[in-house]
Ligand binder design. Structure first.
Ligand code: GTP
Length: 349
């Protein structure tokens, strides 16, 4: 089975961390999201993956040398300066995907335990051109919402309906099985939205189906969702942590290789520290994700924040809820960053 992963978006909601890496390479408890996706696809009988990228995301992914778990990995590049949206890249990869069998399409910013084989079976049952994984959400208004008719057929698909008008709580989980007939529905050479153009038309023609999924499903698109994803996965592996007499670890906590922590620091709950992070004395870090190679000075406090690769946080600095500090930023000694401050890459504050 072939799978196409969409990794060419701008990830504006996670800026400025996405200025220097695609969402698919964000670490989830210290493992790049794309590596987790490769692992899951290989376990589910996928043998070839096509990454729908732009020039920048392709560059970053090639540099990572991720383990591929036996998958053949190919790239399909959006044209320069013309992002193709969520459907255009599927048409662009037509030759690579071929016309023989149905294939999978996944958004690149998801963590999910969807059973792809079961989805494929649902797809094969009906007359579907597309089968969408449907997840039940508390607030469906943020997503595309599906209204089912008989036998899993979707009679209406509405992208981000105004709050209170959603016909159901069943949302587009960003995973589809598509038949090669889909290529007839996507014009080439321009941006095309799967959710706003293709799905509504398929629903009208009675060839759009849904497959309800349960279990773990989360997209990391917003800072709070990204933090929440790390928290959820940390909680499932919390008992693996060790105690250390010099500093206090309040589980769940994950520490990458080569992390050094000074005396009397309190790490956690819900803190992820990437490879080679150095933490001074009397530091507090909780509800945060700290990327690789970050240096944190004595008496600093970090709570509810994202700290990008190789950033430096000065002594007695305080980084509070919702702050996003991009790669290579220097926050000087004693600086207080109030709620939701973002600092662009390599800036000094
Ligand atoms: P925001 O700007 O924060 O909304 O993020 P985004 O650009 O990633 O958009 P969204 O979350 O809606 O995208 C869903 C998936 O489609 C993600 O995995 C994106 O990487 C991918 N995607 C979005 N636009 C494009 C595009 O123009 N080309 C390609 N190849 N992928 C895209």
């Amino acid at each position: 089975m072939k799978a196409l992963i969409l990794i060419g978006g701008f990830g504006t909601r996670l800026r400025p961390l996405t200025c220097t890496r695609p969402k698919a390479l964000f670490p989830i408890v210290n493992k790049p999201l794309l590596q987790i996706t490769f692992e899951r696809l290989a376990e589910n009988g996928v043998d070839e993956v096509i990454l729908a990228v732009n020039k920048l995301t392709q560059f970053h992914i090639r540099q990572q040398h991720l383990p591929k778990y036996g998958l053949t990995v190919k790239y399909s590049l959006d044209p320069p300066k013309i992002p193709l949206g969520t459907a255009g890249p599927i048409k662009k990869a037509e030759k690579l995907l071929g016309h023989d069998d149905p294939f999978l399409v996944l958004n690149g910013d998801l963590i999910t335990e969807i059973n792809y084989k079961e989805m494929l079976a649902t797809h094969a049952e009906g007359k579907a051109v597309a089968t969408i994984a449907l997840h039940e959400a508390e607030d469906p208004s943020r997503y595309g919402v599906a209204e089912l008719a008989d036998e899993n057929r979707i009679k209406r698909f509405i992208e981000k309906p105004p709050k209170g008008t959603e016909p159901t709580k069943l949302i587009n989980a960003g995973v589809y099985v598509l038949s090669p007939k889909i290529f007839n529905y996507i014009p080439s050479g321009r941006a095309v939205s799967m959710e706003r153009e293709v799905f509504p038309r398929l629903a009208e023609e009675n060839v759009l189906y849904g497959h309800k999924v349960s279990g773990l499903w989360i997209d990391i698109g917003k800072p709070e969702d990204y933090l929440q994803t790390n928290k959820m996965l940390l909680e499932t592996c919390a008992d693996k942590q060790r105690k250390n007499p010099r500093f206090e670890c309040r589980n769940p906590v994950a520490l990458g290789k080569g992390v050094v922590i000074g005396e009397n620091s309190v790490i956690g709950p819900c803190a992820v520290l990437g490879k080679n992070v150095t933490v001074g004395k009397n530091v507090q870090i909780r509800d945060s994700v700290v990327f690789e190679d970050v240096k944190i000075g004595d008496d600093a406090v970090i709570c509810g924040a994202l700290i990008g690769e190789a950033a430096q946080i000065g002594k007695k600095a305080k980084v509070t809820e919702g702050c996003i500090i991009a790669d290579h930023v220097k926050v000087k000694d004693g600086v207080l960053l109030r709620e939701k401050v973002s600092v662009c890459p390599a800036k000094e504050v």
